[in-house]
Design a protein around this ligand. Structure first.
Ligand code: AGP
Length: 612
């Protein structure tokens, strides 16, 4: 939930750190801080976004070639100056930044207070650095051994970087349950929560694994071992992501950029998976093909938008491959004592690959002996490394907190999975199968066509921006798209919005409908379209403002039903979620802007929810 970054080497550390924090702000942005050492420890930190910290830096001494930085999403202690990281030990000579939660910090704090320790903040993190110093002094340990020993006393999740005023040639890093990447330069190291702040300096990285600790030295040496002390031979990976991929490329917001990136990210997600002989190839699936052959059920665990993409996957896999699928909120699944066995395939869907509830649900599935499969975007993320196999959606970094291109990337992988299973289980005729494969492979032109409707969507947003409630309706495979449209609108414009199966609206929500109440209907399915239209007529009869997504060619017939129409190119119902979600993403974006919301970093939200 927080972003951490550290540097040691020949450069001035502050410019590296502050730029890195700006790139990590999507992970949390209620306060930020930096610690540097040149002769002595210098710490400056501030409530608010990194921009506030920059102002403070202008009047601070930011010299030093070793430093650590942190941007926070509060878990323990309110978002304010004193609770911002970095935190110092009792002597003020040791500093730490931390992403995660120390669950037993109260017990540890009480024991330290008995030894005379005093604390300046309400955080669990400050307890950790006091514990490290107490252990170091008591047993006269090196910093590495003191951190190792302290972490054996800690219960919880962490990604930490520890710095010592008296040893400016060393940083200690460790992780359990929160991500940490080590960038290896020429006699310099860049450590961060993900690779985005590192890639412009080096493409050689090591993804630290859970329960690992590392010492990095200014002379370019580094050693990784388990917390228990077992040496680990690092695997150096080469990053393929480019720094400019992280810029806004001329768009006003990352979210807008990422919506329009779908004109190629959908193609990127498809790339290499449909072979000339029309067969579908998911490398990860081959690694569990035995298990998949005997599997009796697929369970999908996820959160938020990823959970919604799982619902689309359920419709696709059940209708095309005739295989039972259950979609579960990861946060519910992990606590409800589910019935699982080795014949189950559990698929975890997560853009960040770090969502705590999804990780925990996955861990539970593994304990039951289920075979696990990951659908992630962040390469090397915890979920991607925990599952038995998986597919990356390869849509590139998604910086905007609202998930857009990741959703369509997830749906593409689930579509491919449904086709692959249908072929394997012979549940589709050759003709049906080829028609679906061809239309999916060529969906890119239709994506571009829909994105060109931005101007019309912006006009509709001009009306929607003055509303405080909205209802999204859809049927069949378009019902999850109604949920996603509602989630997008509420999370970035703060308008209360609900998604509902179109027919179900009569069992309660229709009571909300009054004159000019906005109802957005995804009426793009070929099957059931008459029933969807009759649902729209029911709300229109009660004065609703009706906005409709309709198939190309149907607009004329629907002019008397919808006050506003957005046309969607004709593709099979199965692929309609990929196209139908695009206008809803743009509608949410253009509604939020005039309402003054911070589109890329909506209030109360963070891009990666790594706490429960
Ligand atoms: C969606 O726009 C939100 N950002 C949120 O619901 C998100 O989908 C959810 O937190 C899951 O994140 P993940 O895909 O990284 O696991």
């Amino acid at each position: 939930m927080c972003g951490i970054i550290g540097y040691i080497g020949k450069r001035q550390a502050f410019p590296v750190i502050i730029k890195g924090l700006q790139m990590l702000e999507y992970r949390g942005y209620d306060s930020a801080g930096v610690a540097l050492v040149e002769n002595n420890m210098k710490v400056f930190k501030k409530k608010g976004k990194v921009a506030e910290l920059l102002k403070l830096a202008e009047v601070s001494d930011t010299k030093g070639t070793i430093g650590i930085g942190h941007t926070r999403w509060a878990t323990h202690g309110a978002p304010d100056d004193k609770n911002a990281h970095p935190h110092l030990s009792q002597s003020g000579k040791l500093a730490v930044i931390h992403n995660g939660i120390i669950e037993n910090y109260i017990v540890l704090k009480q024991a330290l207070m008995k030894e005379g320790h005093t604390f300046k903040s309400d955080t669990d993190t400050e307890v950790l650095i006091h514990l490290i110093e107490a252990v170091k002094e008591k047993d006269n340990l090196s910093l590495l051994e003191a951190v190792r020993e302290a972490l054996t006393q800690v219960i919880g999740a962490y990604a930490i970087i520890v710095m010592d005023e008296k040893d400016t040639d060393t940083l200690i890093v460790a992780r359990r349950g929160s991500p940490l990447v080590l960038g290896i330069g020429e006699e310099e190291f860049f450590i961060a929560s993900d690779a985005s702040p590192i890639v412009e300096y080096t493409k050689s990285v090591v993804y630290l694994e859970d329960n690992q600790i590392a010492i990095v030295k200014r002379n370019g040496e580094y050693n990784i071992s388990s917390i228990a002390g077992v040496p680990h031979t690092p695997f150096i990976e080469k990053l393929t992501m480019e720094a400019e991929a992280l810029e806004k490329n001329g768009y006003d917001h990352y979210m807008q950029k990422e919506i329009f990136e779908q004109s190629h990210s959908i193609a990127d997600a498809l790339r290499g998976h449909i072979l000339p002989d029309r067969s579908v190839h998911l490398r990860g699936l081959e690694e569990i093909s035995e298990a998949m052959n005997i599997a009796r059920r697929i369970i999908i665990v996820a959160c938020g938008t990823s959970w919604i993409s799982g619902l689309v996957g359920e419709y696709l896999i059940e209708s095309l491959a005739r295989m039972p699928v259950e979609v579960e909120y990861a946060s519910e699944f992990r606590y409800r004592k589910p019935i699982l066995n080795k014949h189950d395939i559990v698929i975890a869907i997560s853009q960040s690959g770090e969502t705590a509830d999804t990780l925990a649900a996955l861990q539970l599935a593994k304990e039951f002996g289920a075979v696990t499969y990951g659908i992630c975007n962040v390469v090397g993320s915890s979920i991607a490394r925990m599952t038995d196999a998986g597919s990356y959606i390869h849509v590139g970094p998604e910086i905007g907190v609202a998930s857009t291109k990741a959703f369509t990337g997830q749906v593409v992988i689930l579509s491919l999975l449904a086709l692959l299973l249908a072929k394997k289980r012979e549940t589709l005729s050759e003709e049906e199968y080829n028609k679906l494969v061809d239309s999916l492979e060529n969906i890119g032109d239709s994506v571009d066509k829909v994105l060109k409707e931005e101007k019309k969507i912006k006009e509709i947003a001009e009306i929607l921006k003055n509303k405080e409630n909205a209802l999204f309706l859809g049927r069949g495979i378009l019902f999850p798209v109604a949920l996603e449209g509602a989630l997008k609108l509420k999370e970035i414009s703060y308008i209360h919005a609900e998604g509902y199966p179109a027919a179900e609206m009569k069992h309660g929500p229709i009571a909300l409908v009054e004159k000019d109440f906005p109802v957005i209907t995804i009426a793009t399915n070929e099957s059931l379209i008459e029933k969807v239209i009759s649902n729209v007529q029911e709300v229109k009869a009660r004065g609703a403002l009706t906005i409709g997504l309709v198939r190309e060619g149907n607009a004329e017939d629907m002019k008397n039903i919808f006050d506003h129409i957005i046309e969607i190119p004709n593709v099979p119902d199965e692929w309609m979620p990929i196209l139908s979600v695009l206008p809803l993403q743009l509608l949410a974006y253009h509604t939020a802007i005039p309402r003054g919301a911070d589109v890329d970093k909506p209030r109360n939200l963070a891009k990666s929810v790594t706490v429960e």
